[in-house]
Design a protein around this ligand. Structure first.
Ligand SMILES: C[S@@+](CC[C@H](N)C(=O)[O-])C[C@H]1O[C@@H](n2cnc3c(N)ncnc32)[C@H](O)[C@@H]1O
Length: 228
């Protein structure tokens, strides 16, 4: 099977060809992408209240928005997708509203539900923990932030086994070996796996497939003192 995308030497989402082929390319690269997307729809039903506020951070072409649209509409929630690449935004097909902006500079309103699906690994390493902390602060009580990302591998043989699992899964989807290697090399310096220690302590894992992990991060509970 021929790869759907000519891999750029230096990976970027600000590229017409990357944007054009993104939807097919991401499914070739990550066979669990559809399953994890469905999990977002499920969590949306759990955390989006009536007239709630919802963000899709790093929205690309609108995958998450399309998955949770039914709940957003049914609950009459406000949905905002944020995407910094104009090329990706031009192909956006999710629900309105789309904002073309840097997600780290964006002025968020407090929200009930936000999704960061395969985005943090593209943000500068030094800002990630602070960004996650800010998002958690912005989460309303009862709400949640959901993160799916590539993580740093544990030391030892298990890390090798996890990395090879990713490679094997890409092959199984029919991606040509040369395209897999070119993509890996193209990502150097731009995609850097997340250090799980940068996540808030309340993060709960709901998914793991080798190098890729998903967490739900609820608002940190502040327990009031009961007067006796
Ligand atoms: C792997 S894609 C995300 C996939 C998408 N969430 C989905 O469900 O298919 C990463 C996206 O994050 C966007 N992105 C990266 N850094 C960003 C930033 N600082 N602000 C907003 N979007 C950003 C990229 O342009 C790209 O579209």
């Amino acid at each position: 099977m021929k790869s759907s995308l000519k891999i750029p030497k230096h990976w970027t989402f600000r590229n017409q060809a990357v944007a054009k082929h993104f939807d097919r390319h991401v499914r070739e690269q990550l066979p669990w992408y559809g399953l994890a997307t469905q999990a977002m729809a499920n969590f949306g039903r759990h955390y989006i209240p009536s007239k709630g506020m919802v963000y899709d951070i790093g929205a690309s072409t609108g995958n998450i928005g399309l998955a949770i649209k039914d709940t957003v509409d049914q609950r009459q929630a406000r949905f905002i997708a944020i995407e910094e690449s104009q090329e990706m935004a031009d192909r956006y097909q999710g629900p309105p509203e789309l904002v073309v902006a840097d997600a780290m500079a964006y002025e968020y309103e407090p929200f009930d539900f936000a999704v960061c699906f395969l985005v943090l690994m593209f943000l500068p390493v030094q800002v990630r923990a602070a960004f996650l902390h800010r998002l958690q602060e912005l989460t309303k009580p009862g709400g949640a932030l959901v993160v799916v990302d590539k993580v740093q591998m544990p030391p030892g043989y298990v890390g090798t086994a996890f990395s090879r699992l990713t490679l094997q899964q890409k092959l199984i989807t029919g991606t040509p070996p040369e395209a897999i290697i070119r993509k890996e090399l193209s990502l150097a310096g731009y995609q850097r796996p997340l250090d799980p220690k940068s996540l808030p302590a309340s993060a709960r894992t709901f998914f793991q497939m080798g190098e890729f992990v998903g967490w739900i991060i609820e608002k940190e509970e502040t327990h009031g003192t009961i007067a006796r």
